[in-house]
Design a protein around this ligand. Structure first.
Ligand code: PMP
Length: 437
């Protein structure tokens, strides 16, 4: 039983007196599932160890970065070697171009890349760049998509904003909110209508390549391609946010799985998470003519003291170098195996649900089998009260799930038979708990 973790409880009490909610990122607080969060002290492969010495199979994987598994030896070696050379120079270093070249080779829509430190910075810069390039103000985003905590994109955002059931965020001015048009996901007619009404003022459409912050939602057939067509017709840009999906759902991200074959390309893409292999690195990239609007070449300013940090670059290069096509095939197969076992366990207890999938990312949505989940309204309409007992049953069996039903489940190349068996053996009891909620 992992519910009895007194050291974590003490650490949480201390943290609460020092930090808002005791955390530095809201979903970590277990707000929607209840109970005290576990404090982690180490991670290796598919496992996390908490401050009480309890071990969990990890299905969060640092919210995405740990694609290879935690503390992969090649990544640790590269990081140790970089640390030995110094932590930060405030000047250019060779690995920045090495990482940029790897990204460019894998994602042909990237002609130029700029490194930043977080996904939020990447999308914030992409939005500013789109405005600077087009000379227009309005941005379209979709309800339930999360792009980080920049003011203009917090309206109807997913992730922690959805988990806390907030409409947006206090502190965002009306003037800023008025520059974002929020549309229902998977609805191209709504996009056409917005462009018919405001086309001359729309700088960009930003969308998650496949939404994974309202739970996972599959982009409908032709949806992303339609966004590309409509933005191109109206002289606006398409920003494809691959912070979560990039280098996780496939060798060239979600666009590489879908859009590249369909024959369209986004104007800008944003990356985070896997690109830094667990270190704080993110990036934006895309068309050279647009990217060259960034300073020092162009008039759109962006900068960062720790951008392209040498330790983070070393982690990114080592992670992507080891993220081979075989790694993706392995994670894809494990993802199918786990989602099938999850469905079987829930069916056995008569728990109505749908599995929402985008490549190897998936999530469960309770009480949605009749209609599926195609947008934020569908996601919010589910029987989310079934998740807390399900989550705690899994936690008690030594499986660490995302502490919110609105998040994806993350697997890694280190999820071997032993790790998978532990998860699969825990599912029947958790399904029973969900059924009796
Ligand atoms: N975009 C997407 C699609 C994300 O999932 C996230 C984070 N989960 C972000 C942007 C923001 O990234 P960060 O938390 O690194 O600021």
């Amino acid at each position: 039983m992992t519910s009895n973790t007194p050291v974590s409880d003490q650490l949480f009490d201390r943290a609460r007196s020092l930090m808002p909610g005791g955390v530095n990122s809201p979903v970590r607080a277990f707000g929607s599932v209840g109970g005290n969060p576990k404090f982690m002290v180490s991670a290796k492969g598919a496992y996390l160890t908490d401050a009480d010495g309890q071990e969990y199979v990890d299905l969060v994987c640092s919210w995405g970065p740990a694609l290879l598994g935690h503390a992969h030896p090649a990544v640790l070696d590269a990081v140790h070697a970089a640390v030995d050379r110094g932590l930060s120079f405030g000047a250019s270093t060779p690995d920045e171009a090495n990482l940029a070249e790897i990204v460019k080779d894998r994602v042909s829509a990237v002609e130029r890349l700029r490194m930043v430190s977080t996904g939020t910075e990447a999308t914030m810069t992409a939005v500013r760049l789109a405005r600077g390039f087009t000379g227009r103000n309005l941005i379209i985003k979709f309800a339930g998509c999360y792009h980080g905590h920049l003011d203009g994109l917090l309206a109807a955002a997913g992730s922690g904003v959805a988990t806390l059931a907030l409409p947006g965020s206090a502190g965002v001015t009306e003037a800023t909110a008025a520059e974002t048009l929020v549309l229902p996901y998977n609805d191209l007619d709504a996009v056409e209508a917005a462009f018919a009404a405001h086309g001359k003022n729309i700088a960009a459409v930003i969308t998650e390549a496949a939404p994974a912050n309202m739970g996972v939602v599959t982009p409908g057939e032709g949806f992303n391609a339609g966004l590309s067509r409509i933005t191109t017709e109206h002289g606006a840009l398409l920003i494809l946010d691959e912070v979560l999906t990039g280098f996780r759902t496939g060798y060239a991200g979600y666009w590489g799985l879908t859009g590249r074959q369909e024959g369209w390309a986004p104007d800008l893409l944003t990356f985070g998470k896997v690109i830094g292999g667990g270190m704080p690195t993110a990036a934006l990239g895309g068309r050279a003519d647009v990217m060259d609007f960034l300073a020092p070449v162009g008039p759109v300013y962006q900068a960062g003291t720790l951008s392209g940090n040498p330790v983070a670059m070393a982690a990114g290069v080592a992670t992507l170098s080891n993220a081979t096509p075989e790694v993706y095939a392995y994670v894809d197969a494990r993802s199918l195996e786990l989602s099938a076992a999850l469905s079987t366990a829930l069916d056995a207890e008569g728990v109505d649900h749908s599995i929402q999938r985008a490549g190897n990312l998936f999530s469960v949505a309770f009480g949605t089998s009749a209609k599926g989940v195609h947008n934020y309204d569908d996601a919010q309409g589910q029987e989310s009260f079934r998740y807390a007992p399900f989550f705690h049953s899994m936690l008690d069996s030594g499986v660490y799930l995302p502490p919110s039903v609105f998040e994806a489940w993350f697997l890694s190349a280190a999820h071997d038979d032993a790790a998978m068996n532990r998860i699969i053996e825990a599912l029947p009891a958790a399904a029973k708990a969900a059924a009796s909620a």
